[in-house]
Write a protein that binds this ligand. Structure first.
Ligand code: ASP
Ligand code: MG
Length: 475
């Protein structure tokens, strides 16, 4: 049994859904369970309609709902010949009626609570899963639309509900096993679930990947396929560096490092349920079904290459915090970090000396209030328009000469390094440079680190690092 998840662009119109049917058909022998997102941009449009209604603009809200109705009905009519369309139409129309009623209610009350928001957003995935399931049936793929609100049980933290894993696994098994036994393809909406009492919830924007991972783990899938509109994960941003290549295999830890340092990849936290059960996750391109894609797994057997990928995170600000008398008093670091924490500002890199602490943070989160709070007890200066470049690879562990090589490349690109971090995670060397220097630094690094033949110049220390606990004992 496998789980196949198709994102919004993979189901955005009838042509895209045709491709999905072909792809699923090619895997029919493996008992696929299909998870779909809402059609591209639908979740945003539902939110916009909800906002218009909450602002009291009922006409605008209903206009947006009418446009959504039109788009879904035309996709359905293009996909489903005659009677098949008429068979599905009542189910779609009843959802549009519910949507209209909900928006009218919101407009009357001038209030859109998180709970109503989730009810509103659930229409996107309910509609797309209905249409995709019907499209499969007329293409010789016997399918069954399964309402995810009956299977994915969550707590009541609306708009970012936490799944109840055990209850979900029990419900899913009970609901899907009989369908799979009859060789039906279950089609479910991602992102949406319900509380135990049956109130609709959502598990956070972009949550369909998370749904796929939860379903895959609950059903002990052989693998999970995440179908998107890119070839897979790349060695660096191809817009930045034309030499970027597809990563065929990557470990979960590497993918997590890349995501936290700005790579626009599938967020690995969403894959955790699958990875914990050692279920491989493939990222594939629904526009190029024959492409290799990227396989994310718990452990990737070593290859000789020290580096898996290079990520760059722009919009970074360096904040320098100095003690008022030219030295750092006791407890200073704690006090400084507490201020960042209070303002929910994530600190990406920290360096400290006797006289000051330097922190690299996301520019948007280091607001004037945070800086004012620091200035109550410290001297503060900022350096905006910086970027963090991260070189990531499990084979960086214990690799002699790699740091020299990385910084040699950056120097050769004529770029100055402002901060360095290595060691916190042994699989990542990160440094801060000016934002404008990112293209030059990344291109040069990618060229030097990925052009074949370069690799042999690194010496590998075969001895693993020994970690000891605070008492000096090996761990
Ligand atoms: N439709 C939802 C969203 O746009 C969930 C998803 O696409 O993953 O956030
Ligand atoms: Mg998505």
């Amino acid at each position: 049994m496998i789980v196949m998840k198709f994102g919004g662009t993979s189901v955005e119109d009838s042509a895209a859904i045709e491709r999905v049917a072909e792809i699923v058909r090619s895997r029919a022998a493996e008992d696929p369970v299909v998870v779909v997102s809402a059609m591209a941009r639908v979740t945003d449009q539902l939110l916009a309609a909800g906002k218009a209604a909450a602002d009291g603009d009922r006409d605008r809200a209903l206009e947006l709902a009418a446009a959504l109705r039109q788009r879904h009905l035309s996709a359905a009519s293009e996909l489903l010949p005659g009677t098949h369309f008429f068979n599905l139409q009542p189910a779609l129309e009843s959802n549009f009626k519910l949507l209209q009623d909900l928006l009218s209610g919101v407009a009357t009350l001038h209030e859109l609570s998180p709970r109503s928001t989730d009810c509103l957003l659930s229409f996107g995935e309910l509609l797309s899963s209905d249409i995709v399931s019907a499209a499969f049936a007329v293409r010789g793929l016997a399918s069954a639309r399964v309402d995810s609100r009956e299977c994915l049980l969550t707590d009541a933290s609306y708009t970012k509900a936490t799944p109840l894993f055990d209850e979900t696994a029990t419900r899913l098994q009970a609901r899907l096993r009989p369908l799979l036994a009859q060789h039906l393809v279950p089609v479910m909406g991602g992102f949406i679930g319900a509380t135990v009492e049956g109130v609709p919830t959502t598990i956070g924007r972009g949550g369909s990947d998370y749904s796929a991972s939860i379903f895959g783990a609950a059903l002990n899938a052989e693998r999970i396929e995440i179908w998107t509109d890119v070839p897979g994960m790349m060695t660096t941003d191809p817009n930045l560096c034309p030499e970027a290549r597809l990563i065929e295999e990557i470990s979960f830890e590497e993918a997590a490092e890349l995501a936290s340092f700005g790579a626009k990849v599938l967020h690995p936290a969403t894959l955790l349920p699958a990875i914990e059960k050692s279920i491989p996750v493939l990222v594939l391109n629904s526009r190029d079904a024959a492409g290799l894609g990227t396989c994310i797994r718990a452990h990737v057997p070593g290859n000789h290459h020290p580096v898996r990928a290079i990520a760059a995170k722009r919009h970074t600000t360096i904040v320098n915090v100095a003690g008022e008398r030219g030295e750092i008093p006791r407890g200073f670091l704690r006090e400084v970090l507490a201020v960042f924490d209070r303002h929910q500002c994530q600190v990406d890199i920290v360096a400290s000396s006797q006289v000051r602490i330097t922190l690299a943070v996301e520019s948007d989160t280091a607001g004037p209030q945070l800086l004012a709070d620091l200035e109550r007890f410290a001297q503060v200066t900022c350096e905006p328009r910086q970027a963090i470049v991260s070189v990531v690879g499990e084979n960086l562990r214990g690799r002699q000469g790699i740091a020299a090589s990385i910084f040699g490349s950056v120097a050769a690109a004529g770029v100055n390094v402002r901060m360095i971090s290595q060691g916190a995670s042994e699989i990542n060397v990160s440094f801060v440079i000016r934002e404008d220097d990112v293209p030059a630094a990344v291109r040069r690094l990618h060229h030097d680190l990925f052009s074949d033949g370069e690799v042999a110049s690194y010496v590998s220390t075969d001895e693993p690092t020994v970690e000891v606990n605070a008492h000096g004992a090996k761990i």
